[in-house]
Design a protein around this ligand. Structure first.
Ligand SMILES: CC(C)(COP(=O)(O)OP(=O)(O)OC[C@H]1O[C@@H](n2cnc3c(N)ncnc32)[C@H](O)[C@@H]1OP(=O)(O)O)[C@@H](O)C(=O)NCCC(=O)NCCS
Length: 233
């Protein structure tokens, strides 16, 4: 296990770098702006120095009245875009972790598991998740008595990095090491590809912050997640 040393500036724009790179096949683009296909993710990317024309492109891409989920981008939308949310959080980077096969009980989740995945997400609220989010990467789960009780997966893919996301355990299955096992299994896969893991967590999520610290993740920067509504006219 060691700490990431690779250039990490791509982590300043993880959404844009994913949409222009590994996730180009899941992207819709207009000019210098981009977003994910409906149901995959709500995130949208604008350049770091957005001009009025870029906001016009994003408005055309998303449509009137739509949510522009800017993720952690510091860009400030025009005055007639109404703020929808602002949430303070942290971006953490994780150690590489070489390892063997997945622990017993860890399974890969696919399209057929989406209804169960969405049910677990609704119960645990790990963050935004849509019916096609599992297409972004590998999603792993743990079942108890045939029922999905824990999962975690890969989301943003800026060059050289993979974001671990949707880490969640049903309340009745917590404190058994499920989340730790799943994050470790993802770290092994990411490391095996020659990439580094990173993730995002809200400032007030103490249980998750403890979990990630125990697994060796350290803070790279503070972030603020923001969303705004595209004007209707
Ligand atoms: C954060 C979350 C994923 C943790 O899931 P979990 O499966 O309970 O995690 P773990 O079991 O690996 O670790 C949880 C605790 O159990 C402890 N634990 C793990 N295995 C244990 C065992 N065999 N015996 C006793 N305690 C154990 C861990 O030390 C940890 O203790 P701590 O919280 O005091 O540090 C879960 O609380 C959750 O789903 N939260 C809501 C969704 C969310 O916020 N996700 C994160 C988004 S960034």
């Amino acid at each position: 296990m060691d700490t990431p040393q690779a250039a990490d500036t791509v982590l300043d724009d993880p959404v844009g770098r994913s949409l222009r790179g590994a996730h180009a096949g899941l992207a819709r683009r207009r000019g210098r702006t981009a977003t994910y296909l409906p149901g995959v993710a709500t995130f949208a990317a604008v350049p770091s120095d957005p001009a009025p024309g870029d906001w016009a492109d994003l408005a055309a891409l998303l449509g009137p009245g739509a949510l522009a989920d800017l993720f952690s981008a510091p860009a400030i939308p025009p005055a007639d875009w109404s703020p929808v949310f602002a949430l303070d959080g942290r971006q953490l980077v994780g150690p590489v972790r070489t390892g063997g096969p997945d622990p017993d009980g860890v399974v890969e989740l696919g399209a057929a598991d989406v209804p169960e995945v969405l049910e677990l997400v609704a119960r645990t609220r790990p963050g935004p998740f849509g019916p096609r989010t599992v297409e972004l990467g590998t999603y792993l789960g743990i079942r108890a008595g045939g029922v999905l009780v824990a999962m975690a997966g890969e989301r943003l893919r800026p060059p050289g990095w993979t974001e671990i996301s949707a880490v969640c355990t049903a309340p009745e299955a917590r404190g058994r090491g499920h989340a730790a096992a799943l994050v470790r299994a993802l770290q092994h896969r990411i490391t095996a590809r020659g990439e580094r893991p990173f993730l995002h967590v809200a400032d007030d999520n103490d249980a998750a912050l403890r979990l990630y610290a125990r697994l060796g993740f350290t803070e790279r920067r503070r972030v603020r997640f923001t969303g705004a509504r595209v004007p209707t006219s």
